[in-house]
Design a binder for this molecule. Structure first.
Ligand SMILES: [Fe+2]
Length: 447
């Protein structure tokens, strides 16, 4: 097959260095998979790279997509692809060299610098949909809500409905608006995205967050059920959307329905995907806080984390917290303390911002969960109260980090710190006025 020697463009007019025409087609397929979570872009491009081993964008894409898994286990593969892209630098164009640099920065723990480098790419190439999504996900993992919104807003002048993939950009923007508490805008933009492309689980997810934050749980349930074929079957992000649906059930105090979703959809079989396992752990913890016996489920999820902890401990504090949750839930404080020790080491030794995440948020949250497991509720409060409003620094969404507030309220109730419980419930009412769960906490306080 003849190698094309001239510069080419992707479907959005973004320059791509020389590659086989079929590789560029595969890149478009991979990008659609990345946007929609239907299919695996790394698998698609692995085949492409066998046929076209000097396809620079292929190497960059695989490395970057794997970085977004937030797992140490992928670093050897990531490193290989980054080094190959670096070795091909003389064939690459300026954009590809910057994308390679961003991937290296992320790999070395400088997630913040990677975010800036992707932004520099977007200044010259606002239609670089891959760079935009990588930056968007990094903003999420860093809890940078302003950039979740503004990084997308900054490139909007380069986009309109005639540009392929525009709806997915709107889906990202909708989530950014939601995390900045601009719920009306988020809903409008998500709806516009979904009118253009029904099968956009990220836009659906942005809408789910709006319903969650505004206490519109019935609407959220209806939306998920009516659109199920658009986000659920064979989708790599479905577990998280199922998780949101389970949260609605918890709000309705329908704990059996939440557990049913856990068993059948959120963790139907063993997984080694941290993003999925952390949702599973968080759901069980929320039920645990409400006094629900989740039985052997703790042991299974703890076992799944245990299989990974040797490799993953201390890599990303947000994941570590959820490993600790599962281990405490299963009644294994020794293993939970081992994860905590790794987080403490990460706070000393990790590179880049991952050290800050461990130091500023990871240690306190892990200690709090371990204390909760030992019924040391006053200590839980001592750990969580000072850092709760800084907790966005280790990433996640408002909805995910609500687990910290719920743990704090429950601890205040259990150790009779009524003033704190009253104030936290009052604050929660301000942000989420219509939640039955808040009312449940309030009733317990009253009794
Ligand atoms: Fe979410």
């Amino acid at each position: 097959m003849n190698q094309a020697n001239h510069s080419q463009e992707d479907a959005r007019g973004v320059p791509v260095s020389s590659c086989q025409p079929e590789s560029l087609d595969d890149y478009e397929t991979a990008l659609l998979q990345f946007h929609s979570y239907f299919g695996d872009p790394t698998e698609t491009l692995a085949q492409t790279l066998e046929n076209d081993p000097e396809f620079v964008m292929g190497h960059i894409f695989v490395a970057s997509a794997l970085l977004m898994m937030t797992e140490r286990q992928y670093l050897p593969t990531i490193k290989q692809h980054i080094e190959t892209a670096e070795a091909l630098a003389s064939k690459a164009n300026a954009r590809e060299r910057q994308l390679t640099l961003a991937a290296r920065q992320w790999m070395e723990g400088a997630w913040d610098l990677a975010g800036l480098t992707w932004d520099q790419v977007l200044m010259d190439h606002p239609r670089d949909a891959m760079a935009l999504q990588l930056g968007h996900l990094t903003d999420f993992y860093r809890g940078d809500c302003f950039n979740l919104r503004d990084r997308v807003c900054r490139v909007m002048t380069g986009w309109d409905k005639t540009v392929p993939g525009y709806s997915y950009i709107l889906g990202m923007q909708a989530f950014g608006f939601e995390e900045c508490n601009q719920y009306d805008k988020a809903e409008l933009v998500a709806m516009t995205a979904l009118e253009m492309q029904r099968r956009d689980p990220w836009a659906i997810h942005a809408l789910a967050h709006v319903y969650e934050m505004q206490g519109r749980f019935d609407e959220g349930q209806s939306m998920y059920h009516e659109r199920e074929e658009d986000w659920a079957p064979d989708n790599g992000f479905a577990f998280h959307n199922w998780w949101h649906l389970a949260l609605y059930h918890i709000e309705h105090e329908d704990f059996d329905a939440a557990l049913e979703l856990y068993d059948e959809q959120i963790l139907p079989e063993d997984s080694d995907v941290s993003l999925q396992m952390l949702d599973a752990s968080a759901l069980l913890w929320r039920l645990h806080l409400q006094g629900i016996d989740v039985a052997s489920r703790w042991h299974r999820i703890a076992d799944l984390w245990t299989r990974k902890t040797d490799c993953e401990n201390g890599y990303y504090a947000f994941n570590d917290l959820h490993a600790v949750i599962a281990l405490v839930g299963s009644g294994n404080p020794e293993a939970a303390n081992a994860v905590l020790a790794a987080v403490e080491a990460a706070a000393r030794d990790n590179p880049g911002v991952t050290r800050m995440m461990a130091q500023d948020v990871g240690i306190a949250t892990c200690r709090a969960i371990i204390d909760f497991g030992q019924q040391r509720y006053a200590e839980v409060i001592q750990q969580l109260l000072p850092i709760r409003t800084l907790a966005h620094r280790f990433g996640g969404s408002h909805a995910q980090r609500d687990i910290l507030t719920q743990t704090l309220i429950e601890s205040a109730l259990r150790c009779d710190q009524h003033g704190l419980a009253t104030n936290l419930i009052s604050e929660r009412r301000l942000h989420k006025p219509f939640t039955p769960l808040t009312q449940r906490f309030a009733s317990r306080l009253a009794s």
